[in-house]
Design a protein around this ligand. Structure first.
Ligand code: SAH
Ligand code: SF4
Length: 391
């Protein structure tokens, strides 16, 4: 029988597995701590577990390491791993160190079926969902590799924040995502607070509601357009889940969210979605009352477009970004501009590509419908955007 991948089980799952071996729940918790707090991959090392349990585990279970195809460190300290997940598919994971935190950007799928125009992963098409073990495996690998590399004291954490912003649409892989989130939040696991774990979605409405009921972590929604016409083009999922319904789902999410706002990500594409008029449309959209009659409490995180081969798109210039920010901030919305990290190793947002077998032919679909270019140009100016930061 195939051994059970213990990285794929949340604590309840591990308790159930241990019960099948005739063990008490507290033994499962001990085992869980060995795996996620001490980084053990070998049952022999777990000296406070009975030899008989270790023997049973040897026969029924495994804690597999990720298969590393490559590891690169950027000039700014950003680390990117390329992992082989079999059958020709590879995924990427990125660690972004900052003065007061270390953020790990985790992939949820090999490729992505949503097919956003400005996203390298979207251009690759979709291959498959990652398992819970593969999602948690990225965190397990990064945390313990970084602890060794940085020479951290036992118990010190390298990864303090997780963002589900790597390859894939996490809410299209909900069944695997949910136990992975539980492992991240578990005090006997990685012990991250719900505010420090962010799920980023292109807007899978039913799953936003499920997440709110099951495990309300911080939510980031990739908006990228103020109107349905433009968003239909940029984020094809909008045709199924249009803006008014998406914003209503965000409003519902806030009732249980760990933060009292939703973060909207907005990738700045030159002459496509970055005109001052579009910023004003965005303001109006957020002020249009939600289902309970209130405007939506939110923050904007503008992401400079990170180019990749054959995208046919360019990054908005600083003047256009500045004009856009001024409209949003002038209307009272907290607006940050994401600093680009790790772009010398193509580890920046939307550049993650790995190697994926395109089984849904997204590239062919993308090439059929031309993008609409909006021709509003901002007034010229030299100053840089006023605020920088990461969501
Ligand atoms: N699928 C999810 C999470 C992964 S993408 C989502 O779309 O939210 C993470 C973020 O990177 C999203 O906000 C996405 O819009 C942004 N992104 C994608 N391609 C980009 C690019 N080329 N440049 C800048 N940001 C990009
Ligand atoms: Fe998928 Fe997100 Fe990329 Fe869109 S931006 S293609 S949803 S990974």
């Amino acid at each position: 029988m195939k051994p059970v991948n213990l990285l794929g089980l949340d604590r309840q799952g591990l308790i159930a597995h241990c019960e099948r071996l005739g063990e008490k729940p507290f033994r499962a918790t001990q085992l869980f701590r060995w795996i996620h707090q001490r980084g053990a991959t070998d049952f022999v090392a777990m000296t406070d577990l009975a030899a008989s349990l270790r023997g049973h585990l040897e026969q029924t279970a495994e804690i597999p390491g990720m298969t590393v195809l490559g590891e690169q460190t950027a000039r700014d300290g950003t680390v990117k791993w390329l992992f082989d997940v079999g059958q020709g598919d590879a995924i990427e994971t990125v660690f972004i160190p900052e003065a007061d935190r270390g953020t790990l950007c985790i992939s949820s799928q090999a490729g992505c079926a949503v097919g956003c125009r400005f996203c390298s992963t979207g251009h690759q098409g979709f291959s498959r969902n990652l398992s819970t073990g593969e999602i948690v495996g990225q965190l397990h690998h990064a945390e313990f590799a970084l602890r060794r590399r940085l020479g951290l004291e036992p118990g010190a954490r390298a990864v303090t924040n997780v963002v589900m912003m790597g390859m894939g649409e996490p809410l299209q892989n909900y069944a695997a995502l949910l136990p992975a989130l539980r492992v991240m939040l578990d005090d006997h696991g990685y012990g991250l607070s719900r505010r420090r774990v962010t799920v980023s979605t292109s807007g899978v409405i039913p799953m936003i509601d499920r997440l709110s009921a099951d495990c309300p972590v911080a939510l980031a929604v990739s908006l990228h357009a103020p109107t349905d016409a433009l968003r239909d083009d940029l984020v094809p999922l909008n045709r199924k889940y249009p803006l008014a319904e998406l914003l209503a789902a965000c409003q519902r999410y806030l009732a249980r969210a760990p933060r009292d706002f939703i973060t909207f990500e907005y990738c700045m594409l030159d002459s496509v979605n970055d005109a001052p008029l579009q910023a004003r449309q965005l303001v109006d959209l957020m002020r249009s009352p939600g289902s309970d009659g209130r405007p939506l409490p939110c923050k904007f995180n503008l992401i400079p477009f990170n180019p990749f081969p054959d995208s046919g798109l360019t990054r908005s210039g600083p003047d256009r970004v500045k004009a856009f920010v001024e409209v949003l901030q002038g209307a009272g919305f907290i607006t940050t501009i994401r600093r680009t990290r790790g772009d010398d190793i193509t580890a920046a947002c939307g550049q993650l590509a790995g190697e994926v077998q395109d089984r849904t032919h997204v590239e062919r679909r993308l090439s059929r419908t031309p993008i609409r270019i909006v021709r509003h140009r901002a007034a010229a100016g030299n100053s840089r955007p006023s605020k920088e930061g990461v969501a």
